[in-house]
Design a protein around this ligand. Structure first.
Ligand SMILES: [Fe+2]
Length: 91
């Protein structure tokens, strides 16, 4: 099981848009092995965002809300649920 491509990580582009992607090296998105969804949950548990992915999609989503620090989770159809605490000072 490869942690380096399962952990949800925070990225930012040159325009200031923020994303969560699954792995620094993207996780596979084949029919046999893929990410089902990516989710962000605010630390107080009151706000969440989820995107369900299809085979062939890039496992990366744009954040649409400022959560402050938040939990990012993803689910792999083979390797299960993975989560990472995203803190603004680290990203
Ligand atoms: Fe996997």
């Amino acid at each position: 099981m490869k942690g380096e491509y399962h952990l949800p990580v925070h990225t930012k582009d040159e325009f200031g848009n923020e994303y969560i992607q699954v792995g620094r090296e993207f996780h596979p998105m084949s029919a046999e092995h893929h990410i089902d969804f990516i989710q962000m949950i605010s630390q107080d548990g009151m706000t969440a965002q989820i995107k369900f992915l299809k085979v062939g999609d890039t496992p990366k989503i744009k954040t649409i809300q400022d959560y402050g620090d938040y939990i990012a989770r993803e689910h792999c159809n083979i390797h299960g649920l993975w989560a990472n605490l995203i803190t603004r000072d680290k990203s």
